[in-house]
Ligand binder design. Sequence first.
Ligand code: PMT
Length: 411
Amino acid sequence: MNVVLGISGGIAAYKAPDLVRRLRERGANVQIVMTASAEEFVTSTALQAVSGKPIRSNLWDKEAEAAMSHIELARWADVVVIAPATAEVMARIVSGGAPDLLTTICLATEAPIALAPAMNHVMWGNAATQANREVLEKRGIHILGPGIGSQACGETGAGRMLEPDAIAAAVFSLGGGKGESLLDGRKVVITAGPTREAIDPVRYITNRSSGKMGYALASAAAAQGAKVVLISGPVSVPAPPGIEVVDVESAEQMYEATHTAIVDADIFIAAAAVADYRPATVVKQKIKKKSDAMSIELVRCPDILASVAEMESSPFTVGFAAETENVIEYARGKLENKKLDMIVANRVGDNFGFDRDDNTATALWHDGQKSFPTCSKIDLSRELIELVAQHFYAVRSADTQPRLTAISNSD
Ligand code: PMT
């Protein structure tokens, strides 16, 4: 896959060499185009070393234009991504002007364009920037993030550039998995996040799931060429570009949405933390404090994962097991009881699993298992999707993927 990586002048440009590395690791050819102010934050020497290609920055560089003109570069790209994208570069693209090489390429390309904004949170919240974001989105430009957190200026808020691996995953999903396509033409349905089970109009029962694991899996599956339907409980993780997201709230709604999407699916991955129980009745008006104690009768929610696994022509079905103790033993029990093809066991609670960027997991199948050391949910997802793809083809159609290696029962 050919990626034009535009770098504009923000402090997050220091992450650009890492982004180049992540893109190249996945097999992308990366051509860097820097704006003049980007050079204030990261050197072209470092970027040339990691990308293996001379850096382009000047629209009027006769020698470089003779080798590959800006128009050829715009045609060569399968995806154009700008990371970091400053408020200034967003405004320039909105205006439709072409004062420099990067904005000229944006005007001249037919490839998908993605911007990973990075700026101070007040600049991001400014009405002008938000209006520009809206225009860009309406024109079909993908806005990746930004993330929320502490900023280089010492303040906290929305405006942090997404991590390089998340951007690389999004770029590959925009490129339709070009370059790496283990799941080309396959449909993958993934559930993510928590569910909310209403008690009354203002209260509900939920859990600590953030959706990060399920969303990372969705990006990783799309990066491998899959058509992904992500059925999501209420989360604040940004929707991955190019992925159909179906928003739901309760376990019942997640069940319905899953069974609508699952009909022609090849793989189902249940990463959502679905409620096991819900209030037997939803009280119509807000419950008033009357006595010192109260109890709520709970009834079982449908088990979405088990219901998919028991379908007559079920897809390759992968569950997750969130456990606080006896993690592997309990997970293997769920693998057998729910008749799954695979289960991913992860410890939760006490700084594990929920609402974190990292995870530690073991994938289990009937006659084997594989442990993954603690790593980011993004890296873990990439490895899990490869493992799932290997097992999917081994079980369902071993003859269709000659490049897959034999599966070993490793740990
Ligand atoms: O969202 P994050 O903050 O990133 O956290 C990630 C995670 C910890 C939520 C995730 O990695 C995880 O473990 N997800 C499964 C959580 C869970 O509900 O585990 P469980 O052991 O209670 O359920 C077993 C399996 O049955 C799960 O695949 C679950 O999706 C499924 N299930 C459970 C109940 C139900 N009513 N329907 C279901 O489909």
